[in-house]
Design a protein around this ligand. Structure first.
Ligand SMILES: [Zn+2]
Length: 83
């Protein structure tokens, strides 16, 4: 079984459209069942959407995705005390 943190690490790839369809389905299923992940997922999705709509970044640069990933992890650890 994957942990929530595992899914969160895949979220930035997912939002970037770089994930296998099978993994995408897995994430979508988990997010549908897990409130904590849904909250993170929604706020990440919003961030990416706003970023793209503002025209500041057409696609997420690898560096940004990495920072995002780290931010998610930090946030998660602060909020729930574990990764
Ligand atoms: Zn979860």
């Amino acid at each position: 079984m994957k942990k929530c943190a595992d899914y969160l690490q895949e979220l930035s790839d997912y939002l970037d459209g770089q994930l296998d369809p099978q993994l995408c389905a897995e994430i979508e299923k988990h997010v549908g069942e897990c409130t904590n992940c849904k909250l993170m997922f929604d706020s990440l999705k919003m961030t990416v959407k706003l970023c793209r709509e503002s025209g500041q970044c057409e696609e997420l640069p690898a560096e940004f995705a990495q920072r995002l990933n780290q931010a998610v992890k930090d946030h998660w650890i602060r909020k729930f005390g574990k990764a």
